[in-house]
Design a protein around this ligand. Structure first.
Ligand SMILES: [Zn+2]
Length: 98
C-alpha cells in the first residue's frame, strides 16, 4: 500500500521537479495521471482508467475512485494488487473537479 501526499512530490510552483531521483519522478508522474483521470469523473467506486500499473512486469490497468469521507483518491491494480491512496491532490493542477 502506497500512501502518497501529492504535495511532497511537487516544487513550490506545483510542478514535478526536473531534478528528482528517477523512481520518485516516475511515481510522481503516475500519481499525477491518476489524479487527472480520477477527478474527471469523480467515481466513488473503483473505475478503470487508461493508466498502466508502474510495477515492473505488470501489464495491469489501474482502477481508481474517490473516498469522499477522507477526501483521498484510492487506486488499485487488479492484476498485481498494487494499491495506494493519494492525499493533498485538491490544490494541484491535475485536479479537474474544481
Ligand atoms: Zn499491477
Amino acid at each position: 500500500m502506497y500512501i502518497s501526499n501529492m504535495l511532497h512530490f511537487l516544487d513550490d510552483k506545483g510542478n514535478i521537479p526536473k531534478r528528482m531521483p528517477k523512481e520518485a519522478r516516475e511515481m510522481a508522474n503516475f500519481l499525477a495521471l491518476v489524479v487527472d483521470a480520477t477527478t474527471r469523473t469523480m467515481p466513488t467506486t473503483l473505475t478503470s482508467t487508461e493508466i498502466r500499473c508502474f510495477q515492473k512486469g505488470c501489464h495491469g490497468v489501474v482502477k481508481s475512485s474517490i473516498r469522499p469521507k477522507e477526501g483521498e483518491i484510492h487506486w488499485y491494480c487488479p492484476e498485481c494488487e498494487n494499491e495506494g491512496v493519494i492525499s493533498q491532490w485538491q490544490g494541484t493542477k491535475w485536479n479537474n473537479s474544481k
